[in-house]
Write a protein of this length. Sequence first.
Length: 189
Amino acid sequence: MSANTIDINQRMNRFDRHHSVWLFGYGSLIYKADFPFIQRRPARIHHWVRRFWQGSHDHRGTPEAPGRVLTLASQPGAVCEGMAYLITPQEFEHLDRREKNGYLRLATAIEFADGEQVEGLFYVAREDNSAYLGPATETEIAAQIAAAQGPSGSNRDYVLHLATALRQLGEDDAHVFAIERYLNNRGTD
Ligand code: SIN
């Protein structure tokens, strides 16, 4: 599958007739809401974990030196905490462009803190997209992130902003915090 998913995602019309739909964010969508929303609520999805396994050619890296950004890996029983936004379907015009580098906009069950469940959407980059980098050790991931930057800023800032936002949500994400620790120990080299 090509890395540019805009055309595929714009055919995802399941919620087009709805006045509003919930979008679950687990990465930059937690801390960078550059779109109008009606409401925002901390939420979680089940059976997924955050992993820095997706290459970024367009935001936090370049085609020659890709950064590493988050996608989700399937893990039965796991819980991934994040932020859900109630938005109108018109916002997908912008969001599909923002998340174009390999992410598919798919339906998912979203659960709020009070146990209420809704069907909504998330963006997930699967192994079959050409920007996918896959697993590496946390040291290797941190080294690649420390060296990468792109039009949206340094890859390091992506991690540091995310780690701060996760702490504000009360989330203890061992993978993200380990990479943050490596980055802080390396300084800015
Ligand atoms: C997300 O935040 O939900 C998707 C991945 C990203 O944009 O960092």
